[in-house]
Design a protein around this ligand. Sequence first.
Ligand SMILES: C[S@@+](CC[C@H](N)C(=O)[O-])C[C@H]1O[C@@H](n2cnc3c(N)ncnc32)[C@H](O)[C@@H]1O
Length: 212
Amino acid sequence: MAAAAKFWDGIAAKYSRTPIRDIESYEYTLGRTRSYLSKQHKILELGCGTGSTALLLASSVAHVTASDFSEAMLGIGRDKAQAEGIGNISFRAIDITTPNDGQTFDAILGFNLFHLVPDIEAVFADIHARLEPGGLFISKTPCLAEGGLGLRFGLLKFMLPVMQLFGKAPYVNLFDIDTLESAVTQAGFDVIESGNYPAKPPSRYLVARKKS
Ligand SMILES: C[S@@+](CC[C@H](N)C(=O)[O-])C[C@H]1O[C@@H](n2cnc3c(N)ncnc32)[C@H](O)[C@@H]1O
C-alpha cells in the first residue's frame, strides 16, 4: 500500500484547500452523525484526510482518533488541531487494509474511503472487530457502479484507467449500493439509517449498529 499512500501524500496540500463539493449534503450528514454521538464516546475515523470532519466532531465526544495512511494528510490535520486548540484528538497512521491492533471504539467512521480499497468485506470485518458490542459504524461511500453519475463523473469514470496509468488517479472500486449494503450487513451489522448525500453521483450514507 506504500505506493497508494504516496498518491495521497502528493495531493494532500491541494486536497486541504479544495472546497466541499456539496456543502448542504455534507452539513446534513455531519448533523446526522453528531446525533448518534455522545460525550462519553471514544471514536475512530478511518481515512480522515486532513481531519476536517474529525475536528468538527471533537466537541461532541470524549476523544477522536483520526487516522489515515497518508502522513502528509495527518500532518496537516495535526497542524489544524493545534491552530484550533482542539486537545481531545490524536492523529494516527492506520492502513485499513492491514489487520487491527485490538483497540476498540464506541463508533468508527469512514467517509469517502471504502471505494478506494479492493476488498470491502475484509475491511468491514476488521471494523466489526474494532467496535464495542452495539457500537456504531457510520460511513459515506460513492457508489460509482450506479447510473446517474452526471456528465462530469461519467467522463471521469471513463477516463479512470488512463489517469491511473499516469499516476493521476488512485485505485477505485466500482460497486453499487446493494453490494455496499450487503457487505455491511454480512459483516455483522444492522443498517439503521441510509440515504444518498449527494444524490449525484450517489454517495451512500449508512449508519449501522454492530449486532450483539
Ligand atoms: C477522498 S479522501 C477522503 C478524506 C476524508 N475522509 C473526507 O471525506 O474528506 C480519501 C482518504 O482516504 C485515505 N486512504 C485511502 N486508502 C486508504 C487506506 N488503505 N488506509 C487508510 N487511509 C486510506 C487517503 O489518504 C485520503 O486521505
